[in-house]
Design a protein around this ligand. Structure first.
Ligand code: SF4
Ligand code: SF4
Length: 380
């Protein structure tokens, strides 16, 4: 058996559903696309692991010859009703590459160990453009929503790549947008207009990106870039608190899996048992440790951002039964949490919330919270 066959067998044995191999040649189309839209992608381009570096693997690893692309089917089991519509399925499936003692990180490490134990040098830092590399390796096709789809599975997949210094046998690329020509369901369904034309997303408007990238620049005053989420986006975030699946849920290419009777995932069922937005809003250390961190251990690291996202989600329910929870959050030690709780109260509206906001305003010393209370009261 060749090394190519050994690698493919091992990947499939590890539980990956697709494996393909492509060259370590650059991805010039990806680079020019990112550069053309660098105002939208500044937060991403300027990261230490800049995707522009990953798009030219040999600039980082001169000996790079091949990229092994693996695809994991993240939708083999059902997702609990209590979590759907709040946490994106791929995050429920713990899609992160780190830490290596959690499920996907461990699978990724085992694959990397196998390659290294078989004489390959594997670069540990390069992050290739995963969807594009997976297309070039013949494992997926594109959808107009920008997601990669594996035939027979759909787009709820986790894609990972390994840049290695060995020449292998390469697969034929599958650069194809396999959507029905007239379908625009995903574009029409995107609540924020983030998906503005086929294959083009403005991440600054995407719900999921607002959930976590806004934390990276730290706290910011009203209206300034940073943790601040524009009110017009907040209103469209629905009850999502970590990611958004809307443009995948409406997709005909995902319907077979979405409608399938799948076995229950016992871990998720256990976490979902007492998962409530109100607990996320008024987050105790115990709930954070027992319910939030086991599920959402990457991307969002600080309690207050989960609380912010929960305040927005609760506000968007418009349900007055949540007023006591939001009122309690108005006493939180973090000004950010008080500010978003105020927005949530304003969104629910009515004379009761107005009284709560008015009485909070006089004692509020945090500038952000104060501005949000005033905005909720309609005071300019
Ligand atoms: S994930 Fe949600 S907000 Fe982002 S592009 Fe898709 S539908 Fe729009
Ligand atoms: S909703 Fe339609 S256009 Fe969008 S990705 Fe799915 S099939 Fe393609």
């Amino acid at each position: 058996m060749s090394l190519t066959e050994d690698i493919k067998d091992f990947a499939l044995d590890l539980g990956y559903s697709r494996v393909g191999i492509t060259t370590a040649d650059p991805f010039p189309g990806y680079i020019s696309e990112l550069r053309a839209r660098q105002d939208m992608y500044a937060f991403y381009i300027n990261r230490p692991t800049s995707p522009l570096k990953g798009a030219e693997p040999r600039n980082v690893m001169p000996s790079a010859k091949s990229i092994v692309m693996v695809v994991y089917d993240a939708f083999k089991e059902s997702f609990p009703e209590k979590l759907v519509g709040k946490i994106g399925r791929i995050y429920q499936a713990r899609c992160y590459l780190s830490p290596s003692h959690r499920i996907n990180g461990a699978r990724y490490r085992l694959m990397r160990d196998f390659l290294e134990n078989n004489g390959c040098h594997v670069d540990h830092k390069i992050r290739v453009p995963e969807r594009l590399a997976a297309c070039r390796a013949g494992t997926v096709t594109y959808g107009k929503n920008g997601f990669a789809f594996a035939d027979g599975i759909g787009s709820f997949i986790i894609i990972s790549g390994f840049v290695i210094d060995r020449e292998l046998e390469y697969d034929a690329p599958t650069y194809e947008v396999k959507c029905p020509p007239k379908c625009t369901l995903c574009i029409d369904a995107c609540p924020t207009g983030s998906l503005y034309e086929p294959m083009k997303i403005d991440p600054r408007r995407c719900i999921g990106f607002n959930h976590w990238t806004t934390q990276e620049k730290g706290d910011s005053p009203v209206g300034k870039e940073g943790s601040y989420i524009l009110p017009e986006i907040r209103e469209k975030m629905g009850t999502w608190i970590h990611g958004c699946d809307i443009c995948q849920e409406v997709c005909p290419r995902n319907q077979e899996r979405l409608k399938a009777q799948l076995p229950q995932n016992e871990f998720l069922a256990r976490v979902a048992e007492d998962f409530e937005l109100t607990k996320l809003l008024n987050l105790t250390d115990e709930f954070f440790t027992k319910r939030v961190r086991p599920l959402m251990y990457n991307y969002i690291h600080k309690k207050k951002y989960f609380q912010r996202n929960a305040a927005i989600a609760i506000g968007n329910t418009g349900d007055p039964s949540f007023i006591p929870d939001l009122t309690k959050a108005m006493q939180d030690t973090e000004g950010m949490v008080r500010g978003y709780a105020a927005w949530g109260l304003g969104r629910i509206g009515g004379s009761r919330t107005r009284k709560i906001l008015e009485s909070s305003l006089s004692g509020e010393t945090d500038e952000f919270a104060k501005a949000e209370i005033q905005a909720a009261l309609g005071i300019n």
